[in-house]
Every structure is written in C-alpha cells, then in structure tokens.
Design a protein around this ligand. Sequence first.
Ligand code: PHE
Length: 338
Amino acid sequence: MKTRIEQLKKKIEQFTAQTPRELEEFRIAVLGKKGELTAIFDDFKNIAAEQKKEMGKLLNEVKNMVQDRLKNQKEMFDSSADDVLVPDKTLPASAESIGSRHPISITGNEIIEIFTRLGFAIADGPEIEDDWHVFSALNFPPDHPARDMQDTFFVERNPDILLRTHTSSIQVRVMERQKPPIRVICPGRVFRNEAISARAHCIFHQVEGLYIDRNVSFADMKQTLLYFAREMFGENTEIRLRPSFFPFTEPSAEMDVSCKICGGKGCNICKNTGWLEVLGCGIVDPNVLEACGIDSHQYTGFAFGMGVERLAMLKWQIKDLRLYFENDVRFLKQFETA
Ligand code: PHE
C-alpha cells in the first residue's frame, strides 16, 4: 500500500493541467468514485491494525496535497480566463452610466436657442388657466369647438378653469403686463382631450412666439421663420406658407419646410409632396391686441406656434408619439450623444 501511495503522490506532484477540463478529468481520476485515491482508501479497511496509523497519516497527507493542488490550479484558470469574473469585494463599485437628455428637451432647447439668438426672450406661464387667457382674449367665438369638453380638459366649469390647450395663453399674459416692443417665445406643456395613438397624445409640448412693435409686417415674419427653418433643418431648406385659419391671427398661414429626407423629391415621410408641415403662424388679429390693452393702430405683430414632438419626429424619424412618454431606456439611450 505504501508504494501505491508513493506513486500516486509523485503523479500528483508532476501534474499540471493545461485546461480546466484536464484539471477536472484529473480530479475525477484521483478523487472520483472510481478514483485512484478513493480505491486506496477503500483498501485501507483491510490492512493490518498496526499499519493503520502510518498509512492513515500518509493517506491524509496525499489527500490534502491533491486538494491543495487542484485548488491552486483552479484559481490560476479562474484568474486568467477573460470571460470569468472574479469578484473582488474590495473594489469600488463601477460607475453608473449617465442618463441622456430626452429628445423633447433636446429639440425644445434647440428651438429656444435659435430664437434667443434673434433676440427673443423666454416667457413662462401656468398650465392650469382660465377661459380668458386660453380662448376669450385670443378671439375664440363663444361656440368655437375648442371650447368643447371633447377638445379641452376642464378642471372646473362656470367660471371655467382648464388645462391650457396651447401656450398662446402665455402670450396673452405677456401682452397684458408688458408694453411693446415685445419679442418672446413661450415654451411649455399643453393638453388636449385626444385619444392616445401613434399620431396623437393628450399631452405635448409647444414653442410659440410673439413679436409686436411698430410696423411689423408679414415679410418680417417670413424672414424670421426662414431663418429659423434654415438653422433648424439646414441651410438649403426652403419654406412655403399656405393660407390657413386661426381665430387669433389674420391673415394666418401654415408653414412647410422642404423635406430634408428626400431633398424635396418626394418620399414616404413627406407623403410624396416634398414638403413637411411644421408650424402655424400669422399676423396678430387687432382684436387680440385690443383685448390685451395694446393699441392696434400703433402696433402690429406676428405670432407662430409649433409642436416640439412633431419637430423631434421629423428630426429623428420617430414614428410613434407614445415613445416620448414611456421612458423606455432602450429608446432614451439612443439620444445619448445627440
Ligand atoms: N396656437 C396655435 C396652435 O396651438 C399655433 C399658432 C400660434 C398659430 C400662433 C398661429 C399663431 O395650434
């Protein structure tokens, strides 16, 4: 028995595994059910009593030795293998990745920046408004459909308190407290009673603008909006103004920009027209100026308003409005470098 143990000892001493698999095979060959050391342990029962002390000691030594060796070699593989992480509990925690700006903030800030370069100041106002600032001062007739529960969220009725449906309400507040010249942009959240779908949401963001002074003309508005369009969509962008209607502007127009996806040739983003609708605008109706205490014989002005979600959709070709509100990190992470 002694020679068997000595031989096994030599074998263990000389063994070095090249792969974790080899190491495991060796472990089974020695310590497994049918392993060499296991077999010697089995025979240990049968040896003479006076030999037991010496052999027992030897056997235990070999057993410890093989276990140490297996352990050491396993550790070597563990620390050298690239794909195996050895947890080192003394290391500082890895840094959390930094969040990214929301596409609505990025686009909103871009719009604001362009108009601030033109000398527009930023104005703010409440989201919960009264009828006067959202509708009446803006020349909405009493039976206008926007005043209907189907389009507007009411907080209280008679007198009506409601969630603003556009940030034009901020413009009214500015006109009421400030004498012309006025040059402001009004960014903010607005609310409309719409069923939520890929193309409509009950909450969205607007940036509206107002410019009032002596002799402000439609041409001034067009030039301002052309500058904005080229800053926002690129220097080769063309604009076109189509006649439209808003209660608070006369004349009113809707502005399209040439489709930057197809360069105006026609694609599915611009529905083959070559143009993308981006904002509403017009010359402030004299009724609105008078309602806000501004002399419409001395002053004229233009106003415009755009939806931030829509511009962000055009910028990144986002197809579903709901993505903006779900805060799915897989969506948000895509704007990390934007
Ligand atoms: N307030 C309009 C809207 O919410 C946008 C607009 C603003 C149009 C100013 C013309 C002038 O759709």
